[in-house]
Design a protein around this ligand. Sequence first.
Ligand SMILES: NC(=O)C1=CN([C@@H]2O[C@H](COP(=O)(O)OP(=O)(O)OC[C@H]3O[C@@H](n4cnc5c(N)ncnc54)[C@H](O)[C@@H]3O)[C@@H](O)[C@H]2O)C=CC1
Ligand SMILES: O=C(O)CCC(=O)C(=O)O
Length: 449
Amino acid sequence: MNGYLARVIEEVKGKHGDEPEFVQTVEEVFSSLEPVIEQHPEYEAADLLSRMVEPERTFSFRVTWMADDGTWHTNTGYRTQFNGAIGPYKGGLRFRKDVNLGIIKFLAFEQTFKNALTGLPIGSGKGGSDFDPTGKSDAEIMRFCQSFMTALHRFIGPDVDVPAGDMGVGTREISYLFGQYRRLRGAWENGVLTGKDFASGGSLVRPQATGYGAVYYLENVLKHEGESIEGKTIACAGFGNVTWGICQKAADLGAKVVTLSGPDGYIYDPDGVTTKEKIDYIVEMRASGRNQVKDYADKFGVAFYPGEKPWGVKVDVCMPSAMENDVHLEHARQIVGNGVKYYIEVANMPTTNEALSYLMSQSGVIVAPSKAVNAGGVATSALEMAQNSERLVWTEEEVDQRLRQIMNNIYTMSVEAAEKYGLGYNLVAGANIAGFQRVADAMMAQGIF
Ligand SMILES: NC(=O)C1=CN([C@@H]2O[C@H](COP(=O)(O)OP(=O)(O)OC[C@H]3O[C@@H](n4cnc5c(N)ncnc54)[C@H](O)[C@@H]3O)[C@@H](O)[C@H]2O)C=CC1
Ligand SMILES: O=C(O)CCC(=O)C(=O)O
C-alpha cells in the first residue's frame, strides 16, 4: 500500500483503537484510494488524509427524561459534525442501546463520501444516543426527544447542521424533535431537520427513499448484466424504514423480498413481502417498539428461525439492510455457496472487511457498496431541504423522478471513477474514489485548516 495511506491508517489505529467500527471504515475507504493518492502528490503535501479522518467538531451532552412511572433516566447524546467542505453537516440520528462515539464517527465518516456521491451540497454529520426505544411508550419517546433537542438546538440550523433519522429514529421522532426546536427558537426554520411529517414540511417519498433508491441502484447493476428485476427473489434483513421501502419498490417492479430479520431471528416468506397487508404490517411492527420479527411469522403463518440470520437462504439478490457488521465471513461463504450473484449492501457497513474482501474476490459475485446504494435517503433529505428553502412542496412524482436520476448518476459516477483509475468494473472502489474526489477538491480549494 502507498506509504502515505498506510501511515494515516496506522495513526488512526493507534489513536482510536477503542473505536473499532471507525477504524474499520477508514481502512475500507482508504483501501480504494491508492491510485488516486499516487496520481495526486499534492494531497500528501497538504496532509489531506489526516485532516479527512479528524471530525471538524464532536460533542456529547446529557439527556435526562422522565419515564411514565415518574422515574428519571439519563442518557448520553452525541453529535459529530464531521466534514463541512461541501455543505452544512448532514446525517441521521441513531437511538440504540449500543450507540457510542466510535459508532457515531464511523457513520459520519461513511456519510462524508455518501453525501458527496449525491452531487448535492451536503456535508457530513451523525449523532444519536444510547437511549433504547424498545418497549418505550409514545409519551416517553416524546419526552426523550424534547430533552435531546433542548441540549442540541444551539448547535444546529438549516445552514449549519441538519440532522435526520437513522436506526430507532423515524418520522415520529423527527417531528417531536422539530416541535421542540421550533418552541425553543421561536421561528419557522423547518429546514433544520429532514424526515419530518408532511404537514411540518417533510418531503413526500422521504420515508421510503432509502429503500426505493437501493432498488433503483440494483436495477442499474442488473441492466449492466443484461438482466431485469422482474421475478428476482431478494433476502433482506431487519424490518425497519429501509427494508420497508425495499419491499414496496421491489413488489412494484415485480420482484419479491422473501426474508426479514430482527434481533430474535429471521422469517422466510416464499410468497414474498409483496401485498399491501404485509407491507403495512411490517410498518406496524416497527412502530410497536417490540423489535421482534417473529410477529410476522405468527400473523402470516410462515417459517421463523430463532437466533439465525437469513444469509443461508438461496435467493437471487442479498440486500443486508438492518445494521453494521451483520454479514461475517461464514455468511459470505454461504452466500457464495448458494450461487447468489448480486450482493447489494444497504445498511451502513453491513459487511465485515474480511467478508467484503472475500466477496469481492469471487468472480461470480457483483458487490455494490452501501455508501452508494443507500444514498437515496440522504439525497431525498437534501430535496426536502430544497423544498423547505423555497417554501414549496413537490409532488410525489417529482421527488421520485429526481431520486431515480440521482441513483442513476451515482451508479454511473462510480463505474466511471473505477475505470478512470484502471480498476475495471469495481463499484466499491468507484464509489469510494468518486465520493473522495469531490470532498478532496473542495478541501484543497478552501485552504489548509
Ligand atoms: N433511515 C434511513 O434513511 C437510512 C438508514 N440507513 C441505514 O440502514 C440501516 C437500517 O436503518 P433503518 O431501517 O432506518 O432503521 P430502523 O430502526 O427503522 O430498522 C432497523 C431494523 O433492524 C432490526 N435489527 C436491530 N437489531 C438487529 C439485529 N441484531 N439483527 C437483525 N436485525 C436487527 C430492527 O428490528 C429493525 O427492524 C442502518 O444501517 C442505517 O444506518 C442508511 C441510509 C439511510
Ligand atoms: O437523511 C439524512 O440526512 C441521513 C440519512 C442517514 O443517516 C444515512 O444516510 O445514513
